[in-house]
Design a protein around this ligand. Sequence first.
Ligand SMILES: Cc1cc2nc3c(=O)[nH]c(=O)nc-3n(C[C@H](O)[C@H](O)[C@H](O)COP(=O)(O)OP(=O)(O)OC[C@H]3O[C@@H](n4cnc5c(N)ncnc54)[C@H](O)[C@@H]3O)c2cc1C
Length: 498
Amino acid sequence: MTKNISRSVIIIGSGLGGLSTALRLSTQGYKVTILEKHSKPGGRLNQLKIDGFTFDVGPSFMSMSYELDELFNSVGIKTPVELEELDPLYQVYFEGKDRSYSIWKDLKKLEEEFKDLEPNLAAKVEKYLQRAGEFFHDTEDKVVKSNYNSLADYLFKLTRVPLKHLPYLFRKMWGEVEKNFESEEVRVIFSLVAFFLGSTPFETPAIYSLLNYTEMKHNGYWKVKGGMYRLVEEMMKILDEKGVEIVYNTEVVSVSNSNGKLNSLIDNHGKIWTADIFISNSDAASFRGQILGREKFSEKKLDKMEWTLAPFTMYIGVNGKIDKLMHHNYFLGSNFRGYADKIFTSSISPQKPYYYVNVLSKSVTECAPKGCENLFILCPVPDRRFKTNWDDKEELANNIIDDLSKRTGFDIKANTLVKEIYTPVDWEKMFNLYKGSGLGLAHGIMQVGAFRPKNKDEVFPNLYYVGASTTPGTGLPMVIISSKLVTQRIAEDYGTLS
Ligand SMILES: Cc1cc2nc3c(=O)[nH]c(=O)nc-3n(C[C@H](O)[C@H](O)[C@H](O)COP(=O)(O)OP(=O)(O)OC[C@H]3O[C@@H](n4cnc5c(N)ncnc54)[C@H](O)[C@@H]3O)c2cc1C
């Protein structure tokens, strides 16, 4: 169906989900305006500059890079950023071991790396990934990249997934790695992807071992040449050419409606914004509760949902080079299960934290002054339902800095030139992340597919959702898919403009 009328769209939020939707809809002839609470575009995919150091604020890599190509191809543009594959994918430091372990995609190299810990690793990984790969390919198009019109429609689509995958639904990720690998170290490494979903392997369903398949076999991990924020910068240039208007420091705080339709949005300055169609890139669950006042998403009900872990992030510019670090590094303790089981529902700051370090200056020299290194440190912590107050943030920061200094043999404190810390309180304030949850709603079986907040509103026929807490889920490639799904919904309802 093609219609020749120009319709106006307002997108609430300029995260990757909002920007991708703006790109698709403006290309189809819609007149798009974006209202953004923050002072810069990108949402969690943001950038921080301090005294000559430039940091990527959130994401540091992406998988399923072909989704980025799909986005730009769909609007007739060559992908405007260059992607570089990570190989090794990352390195892991275990507590009590001096050396690090590199995680290679090449299974021969991986087997050599772990020869003392896990014999015949290549064959075991092959078997494990084969199973995960079958699940990935049996669900990617049929379930993940689909809109559902009803629960029945979703269940029908699930029936097209071969029954052999059923046990996957009832096992946890840790059970799956325990079945396939003998050493604790290899089990831990293969279960780390659960944290990318913002949860622990003891909570995450085994189906998500498909992420191991996407990282190690299918597509790998990619970083954007020049830093992740280049993607936002390039998208902004294209959106500008397409006439998309973006208004910063503008938070939507309420709505007004009549005749069963959403009429307008009201921002924090009291200004009223009208359009034919509205799309929320603000969290699809908390927007329904906090802005639309829906009982099903009241604070009490939101608190009962499963949310992903909150980020505690540090951005540190140091004088000197740290040889023991590469682009991606994990620093793990010695009590994985105990740590994962207790820490994320506790109000006490972790004493022996597990954390991730990304060093952009290893590949992007311009992001730090000559001879300096820029460190992004991410430590998953409880969200604000469990730990409300972060006045003690320096304690956790110092714990991590001391630990990292010991394990790299580099005195970080003495060489720190700039330092910024974002606690879950900051993340919530900056981007309206519910109680500071870093990746939005979690991905248990009862919060995916038709059970996840829908990308089309239940009440207002002209309100839609895009981003991490609607379908299909969180992470950069998923929110790009989300933008495709919501664009398809709008095309079904309004037709494609020309
Ligand atoms: C620390 C961290 C590290 C991560 N690392 C990775 C990674 O390496 N790889 C990966 O694939 N994913 C990663 N992720 C996840 C990824 O960042 C997200 O899944 C993705 O960026 C979400 O995009 P989005 O468009 O859904 O939402 P957001 O990026 O949150 O964008 C939503 C936008 O809406 C704005 N907004 C909200 N409410 C309102 C309102 N009422 N009015 C106006 N504006 C509003 C916000 O300010 C924000 O700009 C990471 C996330 C975090 C927090």
